[in-house]
Design a protein around this ligand. Sequence first.
Ligand code: SAM
Length: 198
Amino acid sequence: MNTLSDDFYYKKAKYSGFRSRASYKLLELNDKFKFLKRNQFVVDLGAAPGGWTQVAAKKIGKEGTVLAIDKAYIEPFKENNVIILHADIFNAKLATEITKTYGLVDVLISDCAPNISGQYSKDHSIQSMLVQRALELAKDILRNDGSFACKLFQGSETQDIIKEAKETFVVVKLYKPKASRKRSSEIYLFGSQLKGGE
Ligand SMILES: C[S@@+](CC[C@H](N)C(=O)[O-])C[C@H]1O[C@@H](n2cnc3c(N)ncnc32)[C@H](O)[C@@H]1O
C-alpha cells in the first residue's frame, strides 16, 4: 500500500513534468554530493522512463550531454542535450562504443534494477550484478576525477559491493534519499576519483 509520502513524490513528479518520482532521488543525491555541473558528459544506466535523465540534462545545461541507456524503450526527450541508446548494459562492446564515440565520461549514474519478482534474494542478487557491472563500466569509461552514483538493494552482497567500490574510488559514501520509500531496501552509493588515476 502506498504511504502518504510516496503519493507526495508521485504527485510532485507529475506536477513538475518529471517522468518518474525517481527524479527526486537524483536531485537529493546531487544536493548532497554536488557532482552534476554545467557542460558535463553524463551516462545514465537504466534510464527508462527518464526521470534521472531529465534532472541530469537540466543540471549540465545545453552544452552538456546525457547518454541515456536502457534495454527498455525510452520515449524521446524534448531536451536537445540527450542521446538515447537502446542497449543492455552487459553488452561487452558498450564501454568501447561509448568512449570511441563520445570520449571519457564525467559522471556515471545508474538506477538499474531488475523487474521485481518478489523473491528478495533473487532480486538482490540480480541487482547486485547490475551494480557490479556499473562499477566495471566506471573503471572503463570514467575520467579519473569523475563521479559515480548508483542504486543498491541492500542484502547479503552489499558488503562485497562496498568493498569493491572502495577499491575503485578514493571517496565512497552511502545515502538514502527521503524520496526513497522507507520500507524499500534501496540505498545509493556515491563514489568519486578513480583509484590508480592521476
Ligand atoms: C528503476 S528503473 C530506472 C528509473 C529511472 N532512473 C528514472 O528516473 O526514470 C530501472 C531500469 O533499469 C533497467 N535495466 C535493468 N537491467 C538492465 C540492463 N541489463 N541493461 C539496461 N537497462 C537495464 C530497466 O529496464 C529499468 O528501466
